[in-house]
Design a protein. Structure first.
Length: 118
């Protein structure tokens, strides 16, 4: 069964950095756009960043622009989220997903916890 597995989360001080990974297993998603989402305690899940199939086009939510970088390595079936200048408000569970039909996100991973201390 195809699935995505996130890793790389952890506890970091404000101003620090983390790199999240999202690896596909069971099948390849190299021809699909992919994205990162996050859900903070008591809040709805929000979209963070997206990348097209080749990695040539990226988009970010305003709150992370200039601090986060999304990328992918199709040879490794892996997508990344480099997070710099982290803030306490970035604390959340981070999920990756695939844009399976151009409009709907699917194949959600189990998430990885990111905690930023002040």
């Amino acid at each position: 069964q195809a699935q995505l597995v996130e890793s790389g989360g952890g506890l970091v001080q404000a101003g620090g950095s983390l790199r999240l990974s999202c690896t596909a297993s069971g099948r390849s998603f190299n021809s699909y756009p992919m994205g990162w989402f996050r859900q903070a305690p008591g809040k709805e899940r929000e979209w963070v960043a997206a990348i097209n199939w080749s990695g040539g086009t990226t988009h970010y939510t305003d709150s992370v622009k200039g601090r986060f970088t999304i990328s992918r390595d199709n040879a490794k079936d892996t997508m990344y989220l480099q997070m710099n200048s982290l803030k306490p408000e970035d604390t959340a569970i981070y999920y990756c997903a695939v844009l399976v039909d151009g409009t709907q996100w699917g194949h959600w991973g189990q998430g990885t916890q990111v905690t930023v201390s002040s």
